[in-house]
Design a protein around this ligand. Sequence first.
Ligand SMILES: Nc1nc2c(ncn2[C@@H]2O[C@H](COP(=O)(O)OP(=O)(O)OP(=O)(O)O)[C@@H](O)[C@H]2O)c(=O)[nH]1
Ligand SMILES: [Mg+2]
Length: 399
Amino acid sequence: MISGIIGKTNVGKSTFFSALTLLSVKISNVPFTTIEPNKGVTNIRVRCVCRDFSVKDNPMNSLCINGIRWVPIEIIDVAGLVPGAHKGKGLGNKFLDDLRQVDGFIHVVDAAGSTDISGNPCEIGKGDPVEDIKFVENEITMWIFQILKKDWDKLVKRVLQVKEDPVSVLYERLAGLMIDKKFITSVLKGDAIFEKNLDKWSDQDILEFVNRLRRISKPMVIAANKIDIPKAEENIERLRNTFKEYSIIPCSAEAELLLRLAAKKGIINYMPGDSTFEIIRGEALTDKQRNALMKVRDVLMSWGSTGVQQAIETLYRKELKMIAVFPVENATKLTDHKGNVLPDVILLQEGSTAIDLAYKIHSDLGKNFIFAINVKTGQRIGENYILKDGDVIKIVAGK
Ligand SMILES: Nc1nc2c(ncn2[C@@H]2O[C@H](COP(=O)(O)OP(=O)(O)OP(=O)(O)O)[C@@H](O)[C@H]2O)c(=O)[nH]1
Ligand SMILES: [Mg+2]
């Protein structure tokens, strides 16, 4: 599992990344601070089944704290975009190649409008996050368009002369982007404009194809950042009215970073996603730090949370529709062969089956699958059983 942080330059992407990973990276109020990508690991919360069975679990691939599993997700923060990046403006868009394998995007925007279209700091409210979303969407589309367009004539030949299947040809060309074949099929079947032979596709048709494919295969959540600046509220309303198809999550990356750092130092009690925090070592705070924390408390009171944890979880749970399944080897003891109780949690897309789970654990387990057991009900299930969130599954495979 891997997700990418994208957006205009100087909107708070690296701050967001640092808050999620606690890695120390370069952050500053000038455009193009990040050049090389930052890679790290963060966690999303999943309800653990340990409480359903009243057992003390011993997780291997995640942490369980008070019945909540913290499941690791890789995350990449890349350089920022400006309009015309695909024509080489700013740092260009070649660096987006670092994002080829992501499941989806967290698109950070400056909801306070405190940066202009080129990412330079400006009077609050002068920048327009609505415009920012439009141009960044366009840059992502142009990035994929250029990948397709590069070999378009060759693709056309393979379909029309060699009589290869267009779905397979497009799929192969886009293989680096890890786009499931089913998405390509569904876009091609979704509109009469894609029924004509590939040699009749105009650039506009290719762009339309890419746009539709991008939307269904690489979901995007909008992290409307800088909610600690009052102007943001009004812009978030506008964003919600303009982009009804997106989840718009109000965020303050700066507030989340401060909270996580203070929690790491043991100054406060705070867990990512919480709506409040408690100061436990007040004497360790300078007046400036105390004031900063009080400002953060106001943000939490107004918005319910800093939004950072919610943004990444919205991407995986709501947009990518991931469910959590707990595989075990011993259905009675709920253990792996080493005796670890509920050792792993695996995220799979809604609609995944028992055989998908088997393959995800190990290709041999998939190949030699015989049947599985739904541990909660004790029932024997076949390879086509559709998994549910919170299922505990034992897979039985041949040698
Ligand atoms: N008020 C406020 N400022 C923020 C917030 N998040 C980030 N910033 C500030 O925004 C500026 C840019 O932050 P970065 O994280 O470097 O932004 P970036 O998008 O990674 O920028 P580039 O790498 O240059 O494209 C810094 O001055 C941050 O302190 C926030 O939630 N609120
Ligand atoms: Mg950055």
